[in-house]
Design a protein around this ligand. Structure first.
Ligand code: NDP
Length: 478
């Protein structure tokens, strides 16, 4: 019996993906650097389906049907290269090497190019949904060649989450496209989590609503347009009481948010692409600031607050809900806009409707909203920005008064809402006829002769600031 697929790297993610594959009827060859993990998996879950136990990569390769599919699920970074280096000499042209870990898309591009020279397919696959998703159905974002997807796609689609009967898995695009889209997914996730945190802080510090009560509010919100996995689990977290102290769980947790790096990667990449993902960036920075324990301690002692004592607006809870919705929408708009920029840069044909659709199940940012986003990009006329899709233009217009009230109240009360406020600034930046950029262009021309355009003439110009301030055509400056 040959295996349909081999999995090497059987820590929690690899083991769960292998079990998911086996439960879906595929024969899975198992391998791990140290054989203990392989045996532990077989001892505990060997009855999940058909497994083939192997001890070496050679045995793993020998046990596979052709073209071989080898899924690597080891620690991201150097270990992936180490495993690839050991595997490649054992494979034949046409075989498919799959990296389903959290690799950086540039690494994936490099690996894909290197393996292509040996006539091997390398497929970087973004997998979202954590341990639970890997076992029961993740959202899957495969890159690599279309040819490799023809051989691999049916397996991945079978094990993915399903929404309305449709797999949350589709070919994303060549080389690193899958890992890129997964990275941006994580960036949106950061912003999505931060806006929920900001809503909590506003309701607590602004309106004095205790976590237990907020848990009910969040559960209620989860029945409407905000319905999502993150709102659902936030209701659970807020309702949880610490057994030791009897206090709300959120009051005994240290308020320093950790991060593993994919949000940071998103922002670095966005900066390189010139893509304004301000909400995502603010959410990464907010985590960084939360972790600056020493400075925060000094800040509490040294920095004035001077809050302005204002009454929170009537219907504040509903205002916060609407502001949360609008800010969340902006985060998705920014993330999807970044995908558009990346598609141009890397020559990927990213289908935003399919991407939004495969985020509807299995992954952390799964949300009702994604159905509407899918529809927006499935329309014949694709919006240049998600916010321009008629349904969302209307929705934001409806939320705008509440959004402005909430941000204004937060500023007056000294409650930091970096994503609520930066998202609003992004929105206003998009819609304003004139931006402060004209002043910046003037400054740049004065100190660096960087030139500027005029609203009333074609071409580029430079003012002779140090002379008689007359204007010349910029070609004259060179
Ligand atoms: P780990 O990231 O903890 O990696 C452990 C595995 O890597 C073990 O099987 C280990 O083998 C193997 N390994 C480490 N170094 C080497 C090496 N040099 N050569 C061969 N094998 C090596 O495992 P996880 O299951 O937590 O994660 C796997 C991947 O999935 C990572 O990229 C991670 O970022 C990603 N991930 C994704 C999540 C998601 O939601 N999509 C969630 C969690 C992780 P040994 O047992 O011999 O030490």
């Amino acid at each position: 019996m040959s295996a349909h697929i081999g999995v090497t790297g059987l820590a929690v993610m690899g083991a769960n993906l292998a079990r998911n594959l086996a439960r879906n009827g595929f024969t899975v060859a198992l391998h791990n650097r140290s054989v203990e993990k392989t045996d532990a998996l077989l001892a505990k879950h060997g009855t999940d389906g058909d497994f083939i136990r192997t001890e070496t990569l050679q045995e793993l390769v020998d046990s596979l049907e052709k073209p071989r599919r080898v899924l690597i699920m080891v620690k991201a970074g150097k270990p992936v290269d180490a495993v690839i280096d050991q595997l490649v000499p054992l494979l034949e042209p046409g075989d498919i090497v799959i990296d389903a870990g959290n690799s950086h898309y540039e690494d994936t591009r490099r690996r894909e190019a290197a393996l292509a020279e040996k006539d091997l397919h390398f497929v970087g696959v973004g997998v979202s949904g954590g341990e639970e998703g890997a076992l029961n159905g993740p959202s899957i974002m495969p890159g690599g060649s279309k040819e490799s997807y023809d051989a691999l796609g049916p397996l991945l689609e079978k094990i993915s989450a399903k929404v309305d009967g449709k797999p949350c898995c589709a070919w994303i695009g060549t080389d690193g496209a899958g890992h890129f889209v997964k990275m941006v997914h994580n960036g949106i996730e950061y912003a999505d989590m931060q806006v929920i945190g900001e809503a909590f802080d506003l309701l607590r510090s602004g309106a004095g609503i205790e976590p237990a009560e907020q848990s009910k509010i969040f559960a209620e919100w989860n029945k409407g347009e905000l319905a999502s996995f993150l709102i659902e689990i936030s209701a659970e977290v807020l309702g949880h009481v610490d057994a030791k102290t009897g206090k709300p769980f959120v009051d005994v947790v240290v308020d320093a948010a950790g991060q593993k790096g994919t949000g940071r990667w998103t922002v670095i990449s966005a900066l390189e692409l010139g893509s304004p993902v301000s909400g995502i960036a603010e959410s990464v920075f907010a985590r960084a600031l939360s972790s600056q324990a020493e400075q925060r301690k000094l800040g509490q002692e040294l920095l004035a607050g001077e809050e302005i004592a204002v009454e929170v607006p009537e219907n504040f809870v509903e205002d916060v809900r609407q502001a949360l919705y609008a800010s969340k929408l902006v985060s998705y708009a920014q993330g999807l806009d970044m995908l558009t920029s990346a598609a141009k840069e890397y020559g990927w044909d990213l289908k935003l409707d399919e991407i939004a659709s495969l985020w509807r199940g299995g992954c952390i940012i799964r949300a009702e909203l994604l159905k509407e986003i899918t529809n927006a990009y499935a329309a014949e006329e694709k919006p240049a920005n998600l916010l321009f899709a008629p349904a969302f233009t209307k929705a934001i217009a409806g939320a705008l008064p509440a959004w402005r009230r909430v941000v204004a109240t937060a500023v007056q009360l000294g409650i930091p809402v970096p994503v609520f406020s930066s998202s609003l600034a992004y929105y206003d930046g998009l819609r304003r006829k004139r931006l402060a950029a004209a002043v910046i262009q003037g400054q740049r021309d004065l100190f660096g002769a960087h030139t500027y355009g005029r609203v009333d003439a074609e071409g580029t110009f430079h003012t002779l600031w140090g002379e008689d301030k007359s204007e010349i055509s910029a070609v004259d400056t060179h």
